[in-house]
Write a new protein. Structure first.
Length: 132
C-alpha cells in the first residue's frame, strides 16, 4: 500500500543485534572532528562492534553544539585493529560533571571487516577474563 513501510523480520533482528553488542572498556585518546572541521580531544571509554562511548570536556569547544544526531569523524587504533576516518553519530549525551560530557555514539560507516574484527577481539577478551 502507498505510504506503508515494509519492515521484515530480518530487519528487526539485525537492528536488535546492533543494539545488544557487548562493549569492552578501553582507555584511548582520540580526536572528534565535527562536520564543520573543528576537532576536540576526547577519551575513548568503551568500544563495541556497533559504536563507542567517549568522554570529552565542553570547554574544548564552547562553540561546538553537541546534540543528538551530531556527526563526527574519528580514528583510533585498538591493538591490531585500525579504525580510520569513520563517521559516528551521537545517540546519547550525558553530563558527567560540570564540564564533562559522555557521548554514546553509533558507527555510521564502519567497514564490515573492521566490525567483525572488533567482535572477535571483544569475544576473546571476555573469554580471557572469564578464565581468570
Amino acid at each position: 500500500a502507498i505510504g506503508r513501510c515494509c519492515v521484515t523480520q530480518t530487519d528487526i533482528s539485525s537492528h536488535r543485534e546492533e543494539r545488544v553488542e557487548v562493549a569492552l572498556p578501553v582507555r584511548l585518546t582520540l580526536q572528534l572532528t565535527a562536520e564543520c572541521g573543528e576537532s576536540i580531544p576526547a577519551m575513548l571509554v568503551n568500544v563495541s562492534a556497533s559504536g563507542i562511548r567517549v568522554l570529552t570536556d565542553v570547554r574544548f569547544s564552547p562553540l561546538l553544539s553537541l546534540h543528538l544526531g551530531t556527526i563526527f569523524k574519528i580514528a583510533f587504533f585498538f591493538e591490531e585493529i585500525e579504525v580510520r576516518e569513520v563517521k559516528i553519530r551521537a545517540e546519547r549525551i550525558t553530563r558527567s560533571g560540570p564540564y564533562a560530557v559522555e557521548l554514546g555514539c553509533s558507527f555510521c560507516d564502519l567497514p564490515d571487516e573492521t566490525r567483525t574484527m572488533l567482535r572477535h577481539k571483544i569475544s576473546a577478551q571476555l573469554a580471557k577474563s572469564k578464565m581468570r
